[in-house]
Design a protein around this ligand. Structure first.
Ligand code: NAD
Length: 346
């Protein structure tokens, strides 16, 4: 996948087993979250780190940020491993890269964990607000997904109003929950599903109009918009076969199981797909603002630009007769090439 550097870190005393993948630093230091997950094999963890860090390169490039792509994967059981010593040992490894990799929150890592990492390195973001950080990125990510979804609605239905549109949000976690807040405010008809009952209860307590549906029958529903906000690879041959929705726009990373195959299948079926790395960039945009000195208003207005960017990707895709995924990737690659070219001969 063209990575610049992959670092393997071990500390038997704390049980730390980390892979830091630096995909590309053409635009700036690589930045991406730290994911702590009990992978079924070391190889699965490595593949995840490689795929996710590559995704970060594209996400930052298309968002106009001066950041590269990186990601860290820590292998093991979160309920057993987390401790101050564990995070500080990891922080020392991050520090040893001298800023080539900057870390942040991801699955199973919290603001408090970032605080421990921050005791050993300055190369950490997403710290709590009281430490000058930007806190939880999910509300900003959800806002970007919301405006990206509006752009997709405009393309598919001729209007960007989501009022009355039937939207299925798969995954009622952080991004899903905030997204449902924006959707109910706009009077969309919202359905959700999750494997965790407590997350569903949290959402229906907040938004009583949201309807809960069974996980295994989501594609039987008549919906206008499918918003994947749980795991990756949910857009695949089987699910596309069942889909009746004209639009896919959600927050999950790596939604297409295979970028080429499933991007084309969606195009052939006439489903408008808002590329994930384009519309879920609110979190990284938020962090880029934190690096400059945090200001929530600036983060939100920078995230709002996802709307125009998504519309222009649809335009390019239609004009060139290519998938929206490919159009977005080519736009990111163009910026990488142009900005990378600036340093030649300097
Ligand atoms: P989260 O862990 O808070 O929420 C994910 C939810 O999905 C959980 O409630 C989980 O129970 C549920 N889930 C897992 N498997 C499921 C399944 N098979 N069916 C239904 N629900 C299932 O995570 P999050 O921060 O909300 O992130 C959601 C997605 O968005 C992830 O793919 C993440 O990588 C991506 N993302 C998040 C951010 C951010 O700012 N948090 C930024 C960019 C991308």
């Amino acid at each position: 996948m063209g990575h610049e550097q992959v670092v393997f870190c071990q500390d038997p005393a704390t049980g730390l087993n980390a892979i830091i993948a630096i995909h590309n630093t053409t635009l700036g230091p690589s930045l991406g979250g730290t994911r702590l997950w009990n992978y079924s094999s070391y190889n699965d963890g490595l593949i995840d780190a490689l795929r996710l860090s590559r995704g970060m390169t594209y996400k930052s490039a298309i968002s106009g940020l001066n950041l590269g792509g990186g990601k860290a994967v820590l292998i093991g059981d979160a309920s057993k491993l987390k401790s101050e010593a564990f995070w500080r040992r990891y922080g020392k490894f991050v520090n040893s890269l001298n800023g080539k990799y900057i870390t942040a929150e991801d699955v199973n890592t919290s603001k408090a964990d970032m605080e421990f990492i921050g005791m050993e390195t300055e190369f950490v973001t997403g710290k709590p607000e009281y430490m000058g950080g930007s806190g939880d990125p999910s509300p900003v990510t959800a806002y970007g997904v919301f405006v990206g979804m509006k752009a997709a609605a405009k393309k598919a239905f001729g209007s960007d109003s989501l009022s009355g549109k039937r939207v299925l949000v798969q995954g009622a976690g952080n991004v899903g929950r905030y997204l449902m807040g924006y959707l109910t405010e706009e009077d969309a008809v919202v359905y959700t599903c999750d494997i965790n009952e407590s997350k569903l209860k949290q959402v229906t307590d907040l938004y009583p109009k949201v309807k809960v549906v069974a996980n295994d029958s989501i594609f039987d529903l008549d919906i206008d918009i499918y918003a994947p906000c749980a795991l990756g690879a949910t857009v695949n041959t089987e699910s596309i076969g069942k889909m009746k929705c004209p639009v896919i726009a959600g927050g999950a990373n790596n939604q297409l199981e295979d970028e080429d195959v499933h991007g084309k299948m969606l195009q052939e079926k006439g489903i408008v797909y808002a590329p994930d790395f384009l519309i879920n960039a609110g979190g990284i945009i938020n962090i880029s603002v934190e690096i400059e000195g945090y200001n929530k208003e600036r983060a939100m207005s920078a995230t709002e630009r996802i709307y125009e960017r998504t519309l222009s990707i649809f335009e390019v895709a239609e004009r060139e007769g290519i998938t929206t995924q490919l159009a977005a990737m080519l736009m990111a690659e163009k910026r990488l090439k142009e900005i990378g070219g600036l340093s030649i001969g300097m």
